[in-house]
Design a protein around this ligand. Structure first.
Ligand code: SF4
Ligand code: SF3
Length: 545
């Protein structure tokens, strides 16, 4: 049977091979094909901008940002709205066509840079011929997609930094050059492997850019107890990764009698000093993204999705779901920035006033805020605990959570770790073990949450600092093991960043990416010792031997 679509960019891809009829995530074939077309024309635009830079031209921040948002929109669970993709394809073509007139040597350009169209019908006709499977050689396809998915994750992080007025031309130049390179049939597998590692280098830079943006704007995360129960007022639930949206929401709800709760990846916002001044910023409601259906139902109030991960909403609460930024879902109200860059969340606040308070689903507190600055403040205590043997090993278990049952591995693994080990985490992967009450070692909690998935950067900074303190040559000599969970493309850039930093023997689960061909897996195994996961029992033995 002919494929209606083809997508294998996330861990939950159908049959661990590819979604071909519709997305396991809920993405329709129409959206999947339009996303392929958007990536195709964005590659074309990137080839044009890269050629223009070669001619000594400067590319405007507007174009750089447009490209980054195109990429972000196609991340798993960010945007399901087909109209958004039609519009962005049309706009990308128009930006590209204007720039193309300035390119002096058009003969060298790929068809992606030259193709243009105006109507939705033409877009629909084109999109099935530009997807992932067009690259026939499976190793080249695998490396191209590894680079593209890494760049999608990177683009998301750059976009968040841009919202806080932090930017980096070298990162934009790289993103566009790398996208253009994925059109180049003359590149060898070795050159594509080098491009993959270079993507990791820019992954580190992108996460550092966002870390700087977040900490300079909102202060350094600090140890914080976060309430997981509820109050009596109606609430607004905010999810996704965009701290600027949270700031705007807190400002607009201040004194309104409406409480604000975080969901999933927004939980780490509580660790930033700047948000502690809002007395209506009550706590975190629920768990990782995939539990939305139950948790959004019982929350009772409106929900603001600032980025991924959206689960297609049930009719019973869909009218309460709002989107903004790169996120979108057909039928949900989308709130755009106005000309001055402000967002008006009054419709959400007015809706909240008509809603019941959230139903309590949990009570108590969870602790977090162990980003690099806070952990380095505790460095002496940690080093002493390692030297005295109180801490034997650290396990970096950052990454994503997901709905597959096989992910219970991570809960079981956390429970099975001996009491003299510490888990360092970031991303929504934490929800598999952050409520287990695993205790502490000399006052240091056994689960140290650095923050969102991008704060995996903090974990790398901490590891590099420990390497220095212990006077080691190589990061791999540290008593740190990496057991990373992945789901979507932000985890891909985190993985590539760790590889760039020289981290070896990373375990990646619950399954290896479907987009890695057997030969590419071999390259990763031979050069970096990457492996999948086994049973909890076997893995614990392996890690502790
Ligand atoms: Fe399938 Fe994942 Fe692609 Fe969705 S994002 S269509 S689940 S591979
Ligand atoms: Fe989670 Fe989507 Fe990846 Fe930011 S919210 S880590 S999956």
């Amino acid at each position: 049977m002919e494929n209606k679509m083809f997508c294998f960019q996330c861990q939950e891809t159908a049959g661990c091979k590819g979604c071909t009829v519709s997305g396991v995530c809920g993405k329709t074939p129409e959206v999947a094909n339009n996303q392929d077309l958007l990536i195709y024309v964005t590659k074309g635009l990137s080839e044009v901008t890269t050629a223009l830079r070669g001619q000594g031209e400067t590319i405007s921040p507007e174009v750089n940002h447009y490209i980054v948002i195109n990429l972000f929109n196609t991340i798993t669970n960010a945007n399901f709205d087909n109209e958004v993709f039609y519009q962005r394809v049309a706009e990308t073509l128009s930006i590209k066509n204007a720039l193309l007139t300035k390119v002096t040597n058009k003969e060298t350009l790929h068809e992606a840079a030259l193709w243009t169209a105006l109507s939705k019908e033409e877009f629909d006709e084109k999109s099935p011929s530009v997807g992932v499977l067009v690259t026939e050689n499976e190793d080249v396809r695998s490396l191209r997609e590894l680079v593209i998915y890494g760049i999608k994750g990177l683009a998301a992080y750059v976009k968040h930094a841009n919202e806080l007025k932090h930017d980096s031309n070298p990162i934009h130049e790289f993103i566009q050059r790398a996208l253009a390179s994925t059109l180049d049939d003359s590149l060898t597998v070795d050159q594509l492997v080098a491009l993959t590692l270079e993507t990791g280098k820019f992954g580190v830079e992108g996460m550092a850019l966002l870390d700087g943006a977040n900490t300079q704007t909102y202060g350094n995360p600090e140890i914080t107890k976060v309430n997981i129960g509820v109050g009596k007022n109606p609430g607004i639930l905010i999810s996704g990764h965009d701290l600027k949206d949270l700031e705007i929401l807190l400002e607009q709800t201040k004194g309104s009698g409406i409480d604000v709760y975080t969901h999933s990846e927004m939980l780490p916002a509580h660790y930033y000093p700047a948000f502690k001044k809002y007395s209506n910023f009550i706590g975190n409601y629920g768990n990782a993204w995939w539990k939305q259906k139950e948790e959004f139902e019982s929350f009772n109030g409106p929900i603001l999705m600032t980025t991924n991960c959206i689960v297609p909403p049930k009719a019973s609460y869909k009218a309460r779901v709002f989107t903004t930024g790169a996120s979108g879902f057909p039928g949900c109200t989308h709130i755009e920035k106005d000309e001055d860059g402000n967002k008006d969340f009054s419709a959400i606040i007015e809706m909240a006033k008509q809603c019941e308070a959230p139903i309590q689903i949990e009570e108590g507190e969870i602790i977090g805020g162990f980003a690099h600055n806070q952990v380095l403040a505790l460095a002496d205590q940690i080093v002493d605990a390692v030297k005295s043997g109180a801490i034997k090993k650290f396990f970096v278990m950052a990454g994503c959570d997901g709905r597959q049952k096989s992910r219970e591995y991570y809960t079981d693994f956390a429970k099975a770790l001996p009491d003299d080990t510490i888990i360092m985490t970031a991303g929504c992967a934490k929800y598999k073990y952050n409520k287990l009450n695993l205790g502490d070692i000399n006052g240091i909690p056994r689960v140290l949450d650095a923050g969102q998935c991008n704060d995996s950067y903090s974990l790398a900074v901490i590891a590099l600092k420990l390497k220095e303190v212990f006077g080691l040559e190589d990061i791999n000599e540290l008593p740190i093991e990496f057991n990373i969970a992945w789901y979507e493309q932000k985890a891909v850039i985190v993985l590539l960043a760790l590889l760039h930093l020289g981290v070896k023997n990373i375990h990646l689960g619950p399954t290896l990416p479907a987009f890695l061909s057997p030969n590419v897996v071999n390259v990763l195994v031979e050069n970096f010792g990457i492996s999948g996961i086994g049973t909890v029992e076997d893995d614990i033995k392996l890690f502790l031997q």
